[in-house]
Each structure stands twice: as structure tokens, then as C-alpha cells.
Design a protein around this ligand. Structure first.
Ligand code: ARG
Ligand code: ZN
Length: 886
């Protein structure tokens, strides 16, 4: 973590094959909290493909106290090797040899949560991307794949369960109340997929029979108190295993598959071979303690990690520049899985929201990078929305362009050609190209260029000749690595249709040989390109970029009437939602200009009427109605703005919500009344839809400011039989800006804590709702929460739910006195020493100063500079802070 010189930039263009391979890896762990002894026996061979046939052996390693080093059984003398803070060099080695190292590490003091560390009473590991080097000296790079045999030895009473990858092959008792288990993983793997767990854990057992008839033992290990919260993860796992067989023809390949839940975890979860390790927040679920979004997250993450067994483990990445090869593809896979398990349109809306608010903002910020980045300083900083979510959108576009069947052919070729190897994004594209015969040259722009393309569309209707023309113009804004004018045009798949007075119009595009359909995909490849439709009998309303067929910003000058038409008539459910959003955006922007010119405007009655019709529509999927009634978030509105006025956004959005609530009070009340509360909780699409429309109505009713609804919300809060209903009610009260609501809110908050003080994940939700409240007192409240006994800086979930929630609270974080910025910078400085990954991640909101007002920019930059000047800045924080000050 200490730095003397500027940290080194790692570049894709410098990639070289490893000089050595490690054919066999034998590890022995003698677990003790502060002094764990790790003995490694590694079988090395010079790599036939390496150019340097006499290269020294250079191993990665960090924070390891060397006890002994041997080559072929001979202890090395001091002259034979050199130790640096991040490496060990053995100057002269034979072509084939055994290397043995005994090293001492301190899991107890490892607060980075990378390598081997303690989470509460358990030992666990996190090795991706470069954590294995904190365990033992190794070639810690994904193109070095080895067969692992791991013996874990520990106190039997404290750590009755000892786990590692693969199958258990031996176990036994030892002196001093210790015991051991030896695990063998028959599949070669890179070190980042290594895992070890030791603890006093309870287990939920099940089995899955694969399509070829093999029985796989499934085990979910948790702390005993959480054993009642594992059923949903187990069901999700079995569904995912079946889905991957059905949709991708991929079977599981070991006799045992294990999941372990740990409390202290930097990310969501990790796909270690046969032994996935999860953040408790992504495994545990129970109706009383977990909201619907929590259930959906568990299902998605369990599936995601399971799917990695093929897209990540059987075929891994050659180097970390290929990260999206496994992550983009796997997010696409888990997203399709969730769509198949629940409501496809709702899932697409959720994904689009994440992409357009968070990923688009990343693309516009100082850390913007292509899906295949050309360089990095700290790879942990590149587990981003761009690698994951945009990467998934890029794979989705391939799926759209090829169609499901050809895409499947391509994925079969990819797995067949690359099984057991470390592959590249080009290998994936080459397989897709082989399956389809399609040339992907231009498509690669999606991997190599950063920034969100803007797709501007204009239309023209020639009534006389019944011709309708759409003109597409694309561009991509400046990003840190390239100017807009130097960027190449993308291949943009645009799914579209045309709406007439009484329904969808048949599409005739003679240039493309398209006719007789009402929905099609056109490929936009030029900077400017026209698509001409013939035999168009009336001036249509174009429904563009259906299902968000490409991760671009669409610009079309829709009138409100046109949006209302799409909202009520389009065949594409996604675009109906999108039209409702754009309508709200237009109305909010109108309120904002009125506010700025001090000439207040009224809310457009057409929007009110459209919402009224939605509320009264019983034919639409309730979940979609709820989504359409949900106003664009403040962060999405900020994303759309040239210069962000956080207060105007907040107030105008709130004004719209209040106006809708007041004017449609009857309709919201009726819809609320006739939607029954769910009784036997299920996290299925139908019940989730009912709860979401019901709670959406309640949130409007509370926003109307009428006290009777505070009482109703409080009543729902107290009597709810599930967390979704309980939390939604409390949240509506907490976020109300009416003073009358305050006593209800504080009562609910106090009772909620009383009820759930023993459930860490629920307490985190309680932290989060308070830290996100738009109120002048919130910062004080946040500081008080950090003194709460349930808070600790060492647990990332708690840090995220208090500090992270505050940093993403648009109004309070951007308080004009700079107090929010100063507070965040103080926390980053503290976290930099404790947990650099979390520090760098939490820093993000402070780096997004470019679109803020001048006054805020200055304050933000001042705090960034203060962070930059800290001694011992981690690589993680250094990279983010320095890139944001360019
Ligand atoms: N591969 C894991 C997943 O996406 C994430 C691991 C991230 N680790 C990290 N140090 N950033 O499922
Ligand atoms: Zn992943």
C-alpha cells in the first residue's frame, strides 16, 4: 500500500505470455487468526511459448513474512533471491523444478478483505482479481492455470467446517484439538478462483440431478442464526442449473457445489470453483426480513455466480483487460435468466434504469473507459458498470443481431474452442462470427471506444408518395482517451415500429427487403443514415429503440401527444414505459425552466390525465403500471441535464409528485383499495407486481400530505407480514416533506430498529433510509448513525448503507456549504488505510464535478485535492483521484 514512486500503469499492449507455468499447486494452511502459516509446493515448468528461455522466476506476493524458501528441496541462500514489497525474484532456476515456500500472514489484521481474512468468527478468502498474492508467492495472473490440492488445518471446536475448491479427499484429527481436511480440485484454474473457508457454520443441503443423470450435492453454509434464510438461494440455484442446461446446454462438472455467506465482503459475490463466496446480502432472504428487490437480487447473484462456472471458470480470461469477456457475458446470462423467471419487460426496465442512470454517468465521468480498457493502474477499480452492464448490453446486441438460435451456436463454438483455457474477447467474437458468417469488424467499436453514443433521429412524412423517412445521426462525446471527432461510428441495432391512428403499421423497407412485419431491427452503421419506409398511409409515430436495443442516448423530438400515444398503444411494453418517463421528463424540465425564470408553470394536465388512465387500466400488468407511475429518478434527471441544479431537480420532481398525488388522490386511493395485500408471501412476478402497485399508490397518497394517509401508512408498517410492505410504508413516511408526517416517521423508525436490531441486513436498510432523506439535518443524522453501536467502518455493507447512501443523496451531499463533500473526503481518507477498494468506490460521487455549478465544482475539487495530498494513498484511491483531477 505504500508508494514511493507514481504507481505503474499496466497496458494491454504490453501483454506477454508467462515465462513459467505451474502444473501443480499444493497448499497447506495452518489457520490462526494473527499468524497463519501457509506452505506452498509449486511444480514449475518453463513455458514453451515464452520468448525469454532463461528468465528469472518472478513471483507476486505482498504482506507475507517468509519463513523458508526451497527449490527442489534445497533452502535458498540470501544471494539467490530478492524480496520487494510486491514481488519475489529467484535469479536462476532450472527449466523444471519444485518451489516451496513457507510464509506467515495475518488474517485478523487484514481489513482490505482481499486475500485471506476474518469475517466475524470465520476465515474466508477473496482472491479476484489479485488477492491470492496476499496468501502466498505465486504467478497471480489468470493465464497461469494449475491443479490445486489444499489442506486446511485449524482448531476443531472453533472451525468445525473446513472448505476449499473441488472434492474433499482426506480428513483427520490432529494434536491440540486440531483437525484437517484436504480438498482436490481436478479442474485447472487460475489463482483468482481459489477459495478457502473455515468456521462454525450450519448448512442447508439439497441435490440436483444434471441432464445426463449425475447427482450434485448442493450446500449453502451460513452462520447458524441464518439457516432459516437460505431456501430462496437454494431454489434460485437449482433453477439456474436447470436454465443453463436448457438455454446454453451447460452442465455442472463437479460432484459438489457450495455457497458460503459472509458478512464482510467488498462486492456481491465470487465464483470460486465449486465454492462460491457471497456477501450475506446476496444469499439470505426471508419474507419478514427481505424486500422483493432483495429476493430478486439473491436470485440474480446466485445465478450469476453459478453461470460463471462456464463463462469464467471453464473458459477464463487471458488477462484483466478481458474482464468483460466473463462479466459482460455472465451479466447478460443472469439478466435473461431473471427475465425468464419473472417478468421480462419489468426486468428490462430495471436494467435500463441502472444503465441509463449509473453507467451513462460513468461514461460521462473521469473514469470512463471502453468495455475493453487499454490500461489501468489498479484492476479493482475496473469492476465497473461499464465492464458489467455495458458489457452485457454489448453481448445483448450480438444476440439481437444474430437471433437466439445463431447466438446459441456461437456460444457452443466459444465453449468448445476455449474450454480449459484463458481466452480473449476476440475469441468470443470469433466464435460468434463463425456461427453467423457476420463480419464484426465495425462492431468492435463497442469494446474499444468509451462514452455513450448519441443517436439523433429526425423524421419526414411525404403524404403524396406515402413515404416516411427516418434520418439517423450518431456521435459519441469526448472521453478521457479520445476526442469525439476521432471516434468511429458504431454499428447500432435499432429495433423499431411505426404507430398509426388505429394501431401498428406494416413496415415496408424495400432497401432492406423488409415487409409484412410491424417490428424489425435495422442496423445503423454510418454517421448519418436514412431509412425509407414505403406505402405509409398516414403520418406515423415512430417507436424507436424498442427494448433499449442499444446502449445509446436516443434523441427524437417527440410531442407530448406522440408520447401519450406510445404510452398507451405501443406493442413494445418497454417503450410504453419509456414514453411515460420521457413525458415526465418533459414536464419536470418545464417546471424547472419556470422556476428558473421565476414564472411558475402548472403541471401539464395531459400528464395528469394519462396517469389517471393508467391507474384505471386493469388490463395492464400491475408491475408495469407501477413502473410507469414511478417518476424518473433525480439521478436520471441529473444525467440528462447540461448543468446540474440539484435543488431544482429535487423540488420540481417533488412538486410533480405532490400535484399528481393531490389531483389523482381518488384514483390512487381506489387503486390502492382494490389491490389486496398479499397473504402467503411469494417472490413471484405476480405478487411482486401487486405489492409494487399497492406501495406505489401508498407513496403518492402519503406525498399528497393528507394526514389520514400517514395513519394508513403507519398501520401498514405495523401490521405488514413482509419486509416489502413494512419498509415501503416506513420509507414513504420518512421521505415525506410534511411536518405532520414526522411523528409517524420517527415512531416507525424507532419501532423498526427495536424489532430488527438482531438482523444486520435489516439494520443496514434502516441506516440507508435515514441517510437518503432530503433534509437539512441529514448530515448530522448520518454522523450520529456512525456512532451507533451497529455501525462499523470495517464492514462494507454498513459503510455503503450509511456513507454510500449519503454520498448518493443528491440534495444533502451537494449542500452548498460544501459540508457533504468535506464529510465524504474525511471518510475516504480513513477508509484508504482500512480498505482501499471500498475507499475508491465510495469516492465516485465526488469525482463527478464536471456538470455541477461552478461554486460546487470548486468545493469538490478542493476536497479531491485534499485526498490527493494524503501520504500513503493506496493505488486504488490514487488512480480515481488523479484521473478525476485531470
Ligand atoms: N467476479 C465477481 C463477480 O462478478 C466479482 C469479484 C470482484 N472482486 C473485486 N476485487 N473487485 O461475480
Ligand atoms: Zn461476475
Amino acid at each position: 500500500m505504500m508508494r514511493d514512486a507514481e504507481p505503474k500503469v499496466i497496458r494491454l499492449q504490453d501483454y506477454q505470455v508467462p515465462n513459467f507455468q505451474i502444473t501443480k499447486t499444493e497448499l497447506h494452511f495452518n489457520l490462526e487468526p494473527t499468524e497463519t502459516l501457509v506452505t506452498s509446493k509449486l511444480q514449475f515448468e518453463r513455458n514453451a511459448k515464452s520468448e525469454n528461455k532463461s528468465a528469472a522466476l518472478e513471483l507476486h506476493g505482498q504482506d507475507i513474512e517468509i519463513q523458508s524458501l526451497k527449490i527442489n528441496g534445497e533452502e535458498l541462500t540470501d544471494e539467490q533471491y530478492q524480496v520487494n514489497p510486491e514481488s519475489l525474484t529467484v535469479f536462476s532456476v532450472p527449466d523444471v523444478f519444485e518451489f516451496e515456500c513457507v510464509g506467515k500472514i495475518n488474517p485478523q489484521e487484514n481489513t482490505s478483505l482481499e486475500g485471506l481474512y476474518k469475517s466475524r468468527s470465520m476465515f474466508c478468502t477473496q482472491c479476484e482479481a489479485e488477492g491470492f498474492r496476499k496468501i502466498t508467492y505465486y504467478l497471480d495472473r489468470p493465464d497461469v492455470m494449475s491443479e490445486f490440492t489444499t489442506t486446511v488445518e485449524a482448531d476443531k471446536a472453533l472451525y468445525p467446517i473446513l472448505l476449499s475448491n473441488g472434492n474433499p479427499i482426506e480428513k483427520g484429527e490432529l494434536d491440540n484439538n486440531r483437525h484437517f481436511v484436504t480438498w482436490h480440485d481436478p479442474h485447472k484454474k487460475p489463482a483468482y478462483l481459489f477459495a478457502l473457508v473455515a468456521g462454525d457454520l450450519s448448512v442447508l443441503d439439497d441435490t440436483f440431478t444434471t441432464s445426463s443423470g449425475r447427482d450434485v450435492a448442493l450446500k449453502i453454509f451460513v452462520e447458524p442464526k441464518d439457516l432459516d434464510k437460505c431456501d430462496h438461494a437454494m431454489t434460485s440455484l437449482k433453477n439456474a442449473m436447470k436454465w443453463d442446461e436448457d438455454v446454453y446446454g451447460r452442465e455442472y462438472d463437479l460432484d459438489i457445489f457450495m455457497i458460503v455467506a459472509v458478512d464482510d465482503f467488498n462486492m456481491g459475490a465470487m465464483e470460486n470453483k465449486g465454492l462460491n463466496i457471497f456477501n450475506t446480502s446476496c444469499v439470505l432472504a426471508k419474507a419478514e426480513t427481505t424486500s422483493d428487490t432483495g429476493f430478486q437480487r439473491v436470485e440474480a447473484v446466485v445465478a450469476h455466480e453459478y453461470f460463471h462456472n462456464w463463462s469464467g471458470n471453464r473458459v477464463t480470461c487471458r488477462d484483466w483487460f478481458q474482464l468483460s469477456l466473463k462479466e459482460g457475458f455472465t451479466v447478460f446470462r443472469d439478466s435473461e435468466f431473471s427475465a425468464d423467471m419473472g417478468s421480462r419487460t419489468v426486468k428490462r426496465v430495471e436494467d435500463a434504469n441502472v444503465l441509463r442512470t449509473l453507467q451513462f454517468a460513468e461514461d460521462a465521468g473521469p473514469m470512463a473507459h471502453p468495455v475493453q480498457p487499454p490500461s489501468f493502474i489498479e484492476i479493482s477499480n475496473f469492476y465497473t458498470l461499464t465492464i458489467y452492464e455495458k458489457g452485457a448490453e454489448v453481448v445483448r446486441m450480438i444476440h439481437t443481431l444474430l437471433g437466439a438460435e445463431t447466438f446459441r451456436k456461437g456460444s457452443d463454438i466459444y465453449f468448445a474452442e476455449n474450454d480449459g483455457t484463458a481466452a480473449t474477447i476476440d475469441d468470443f467474437i470469433s466464435a460468434m462470427s463463425k456461427a453467423s458468417g457476420k463480419d464484426f469488424t465495425q462492431f468492435m467499436t463497442w469494446y474499444r471506444q468509451a462514452g455513450t453514443p448519441v443517436l439523433n433521429v429526425a423524421d419526414n412524412y411525404d403524404a403524396e408518395n406515402q413515404k416516411y423517412t427516418l434520418t439517423f445521426t450518431q456521435s459519441c462525446p469526448d472521453t478521457p482517451e479520445a476526442k469525439s471527432e476521432d471516434k468511429k461510428p458504431y454499428l447500432i441495432p435499432v429495433r423499431l415500429g411505426l404507430l398509426g391512428e388505429s394501431g401498428p403499421l406494416p413496415l415496408e423497407i424495400s432497401d432492406l427487403g423488409i415487409s409484412g412485419v410491424t417490428d424489425t431491427v435495422v442496423e445503423i452503421t454510418e454517421s448519418t443514415q436514412c431509412i425509407e419506409f414505403s406505402n405509409v398511409s398516414e403520418k406515423p409515430v415512430p417507436s424507436l429503440l424498442r427494448s433499449l436495443s442499444a446502449p445509446v442516448k436516443l434523441q427524437f423530438d417527440y410531442s407530448r401527444d406522440q408520447l401519450i400515444k406510445i404510452m398507451s398503444n405501443d406493442e413494445d411494453g418497454f417503450n410504453r414505459w419509456e414514453a411515460s418517463q420521457q413525458l415526465c421528463v418533459q414536464v419536470i424540465q418545464e417546471l424547472m425552466s419556470g422556476r428558473q425564470s421565476e414564472q411558475p408553470v402548472a403541471v401539464d394536465p395531459n400528464l395528469v390525465a394519462a396517469f389517471d388512465r393508467l391507474l384505471k387500466d386493469d388490463n395492464l400488468d400491475p408491475a408495469m403500471v407501477a413502473n410507469m407511475l414511478s417518476l424518473p429518478s433525480e439521478s436520471y434527471l441529473a444525467e440528462l441535464a447540461e448543468e446540474i441544479d440539484v435543488d431544482a431537480i429535487h423540488q420540481c420532481r417533488a412538486q410533480l409528485k405532490k400535484t399528481l398525488a393531490e389531483e389523482l388522490c381518488e384514483s390512487f386511493a381506489q387503486r390502492w383499495q382494490k389491490t389486496p395485500a398479499t397473504v402467503d408471501y411469494k417472490a413471484d412476478a405476480e405478487q411482486i407486481g401487486l405489492r409494487s402497485i399497492r406501495n406505489m399508490c401508498l407513496s403518492y397518497l402519503v406525498a399528497s400530505g393528507q394526514e389520514q394517509w400517514f395513519g394508513v401508512a403507519y398501520e401498514q408498517f405495523s401490521s405488514a407480514n413482509n419486509m416489502t410492505d413494512q419498509f415501503s410504508a416506513m420509507s414513504a413516511l420518512v421521505h415525506s416533506d410534511s411536518e405532520l408526517a414526522e411523528s409517524y416517521a420517527s415512531k416507525a423508525l424507532a419501532e423498526f430498529y427495536q424489532q430488527w436490531s438482531e438482523e444486520a441486513l435489516v439494520v443496514n436498510q434502516w441506516f440507508g433510509v435515514q441517510a437518503s432523506k432530503a433534509h437539512p439535518n441529514t448530515l448530522e443524522q448520518v454522523k450520529a448513525l456512525m456512532e451507533h453501536p451497529a455501525f462499523t467502518m470495517k464492514n462494507p455493507n454498513k459503510v455503503r448503507s450509511v456513507i454510500g447512501a449519503f454520498a448518493n443523496n443528491p440534495v444533502c451531499f451537494h449542500a452548498i456549504d460544501g459540508s457533504g463533500y468535506k464529510f465524504l473526503a474525511d471518510q475516504i481518507i480513513e477508509l484508504n488505510a482500512l480498505n482501499p477498494q471500498i475507499a475508491a468506490r465510495l469516492l465516485t460521487p465526488l469525482t463527478r464535478w464536471k456538470k455541477q455549478t461552478q461554486q460546487r465544482q470548486a468545493l469538490m475539487i478542493e476536497e479531491l485535492k485534499r485526498i490527493q495530498s494524503v501520504a500513503d494513498l493506496s493505488k486504488d484511491v490514487y488512480e480515481v483521484v488523479s484521473k478525476s483531477l485531470v
